[in-house]
Design a protein around this ligand. Structure first.
Ligand SMILES: Nc1nc2c(ncn2[C@@H]2O[C@H](COP(=O)(O)OP(=O)(O)OP(=O)(O)O)[C@@H](O)[C@H]2O)c(=O)[nH]1
Ligand SMILES: [Zn+2]
Length: 293
């Protein structure tokens, strides 16, 4: 009999497949090993149950998307977590995560956690990101405020959770799904025993349904493989202007007749986001120069 399931871990030549409340250690039917198709975490598959522990993968269903870092497919959404303080939010890092999600075609949500420590500076950031179309949530994992909404979002499909160390990602997951019992605490206290000592991605099932990819998330220094001209398209609030620029291939720096710069001067585009755009543009330019050498 064929059973449908989701690949939650790939390790040591085995594919761990969850169906309902159980996980089977599976191998692939021979033909998968010959062809190009690799089976990845997040794949929806059909498998034959051999006994209560093991099975054989028979079918891999088509994927809707694929992330490279972390290596997860069929991602429903990315949730990017920052803290109001301890550590203070880093908007450049946030923008890096947001453009990686946008490039992969994955919807991104922004969470500012630790609002019990105050919301001062974060209010303005939250309003700005809200205005350009992102859904922003203010939470306190400690006081369990705002976590119901998060639970609702996470219950839907596979979520990649990203964000710097110490912002409260594990604490939020524990608040959303207490059964997970993830380790939290001071960064040093977790060293060596933390969740992220391994490079293997694993999907954690949440009590209300849905999976979270337990991984360091998008690379903190990562940039999508786009060229300089494409970068502006990953900033959704730039999008309405980029086609109005005088020059095709405008990089929105010093070119005459640049509609993006005009929108910036008119206050339609946040100067912080524009500054981050220039920083990332510079990085991409550096990468392109390296390729040419
Ligand atoms: N005041 C306050 N502290 C929090 C909150 N959420 C988490 N913390 C604390 O922040 C610290 C880091 O929390 P973690 O959940 O381990 O953070 P993390 O993002 O999973 O960290 P990494 O595993 O290193 O990526 C811990 O000491 C938590 O108790 C919150 O809402 N309010
Ligand atoms: Zn321009």
């Amino acid at each position: 009999m064929l059973t449908q399931g989701v690949v939650v871990k790939v390790y040591g030549g085995f594919y761990y497949i969850r169906a309902g409340n159980a996980v089977w250690e599976c191998v692939l039917r021979g033909r998968f090993r010959i062809g190009q198709q690799r089976v990845l975490v997040g794949d929806n598959v059909e498998f034959i149950i051999q006994n209560e522990r093991s099975g054989i993968v028979e079918t891999v269903f088509p994927r809707r998307n694929a992330l490279l870092r972390p290596r997860v497919v069929n991602v429903e959404q990315a949730v990017i977590v920052l803290a109001t303080r301890n550590p203070y939010p880093n908007p450049l890092l946030l923008d890096r995560f947001l453009i990686q999600a946008k490039d992969a075609g994955i919807r991104a949500y922004i969470v500012f956690n630790k609002i019990d420590l105050g919301t001062g500076e974060v209010q303005e950031l939250a309003a700005m990101y809200g205005k350009i179309g992102y859904s922003v949530f203010l939470t306190s994992a400690k006081e369990k405020t705002g976590t119901d909404k998060l639970r609702e979002i996470l219950s839907n499909g596979i979520t990649v959770l990203a964000g710097p160390s110490g912002v409260g990602k594990s604490s939020l997951l524990n608040a959303v799904s207490p059964g997970l019992m993830l380790k939290t605490g001071a960064i040093s206290g977790k060293a060596g025993t933390g969740r992220h000592t391994t490079r293997h991605v694993e999907l954690l099932p949440l009590s209300e349904g849905g999976f979270v990819a337990d991984t360091p998330g998008f690379s903190k220094l990562g940039l999508p493989e786009v060229d300089r001209v494409e970068l502006a398209g990953l900033f959704p609030e730039f999008e309405p202007y980029i086609y109005a620029c005088q020059f095709t291939g405008c990089l929105h720096m010093q070119e005459p007749g640049c509609a993006v710069k005009e929108a910036l001067q008119a206050g339609e585009i946040s100067s912080m986001r524009y500054k981050n755009y220039l920083r990332l543009l510079n990085e991409i330019a550096g990468r392109e120069r390296r390729y040419l050498k």
